[in-house]
Design a protein. Structure first.
Length: 102
C-alpha cells in the first residue's frame, strides 16, 4: 500500500492502463459527488466489504479514496491482506480533491 499525494495519485492513475478507481465511502456520500469512473464499495459494510473486494481482479491497480483518506488507508491495508499487490491511497480524500467530479 502506498499513501500518495493528489498530484502523485493523479499522475500515476493517468499513466496506468490497468487502473481501477475505488471509492470506499457510503452511498449517501457518493450521491453528493464522486471522482468520475470510480466504483463504490462501502467499507462500513464490514464482511460484505471483504466479500465484494474478493470479487475484484487482483491483477489490477486500485486507486482508493474516501472522504479524508483514513477509511481508504484502512481499505488499502485490507486489500493487501487479501492479496492485492497494488492499492494506492489518496491522501486528503475527496475533501482535498481538485480534479473533476460528477
Amino acid at each position: 500500500m502506498a499513501n500518495l499525494s493528489q498530484k502523485d495519485w493523479t499522475e500515476q492513475l493517468n499513466a496506468d492502463d490497468n487502473a481501477v478507481i475505488l471509492d470506499v465511502r457510503t452511498e449517501a456520500e457518493v450521491a453528493e459527488k464522486k471522482i468520475p469512473n470510480s466504483i463504490n464499495i462501502d467499507i462500513y459494510k464490514g464482511q460484505g466489504f471483504v466479500y465484494q473486494l474478493e470479487e475484484l481482479d487482483k491483477s489490477k491497480n486500485y486507486y482508493v479514496y474516501c472522504r479524508s483518506g483514513a477509511r481508504s488507508e484502512k481499505a488499502c491495508n485490507i486489500m493487501n491482506q487479501l492479496g492485492f499487490d497494488n492499492a494506492y491511497n489518496l491522501l486528503g480524500g475527496i475533501l482535498e480533491w481538485t480534479g473533476d467530479v460528477e
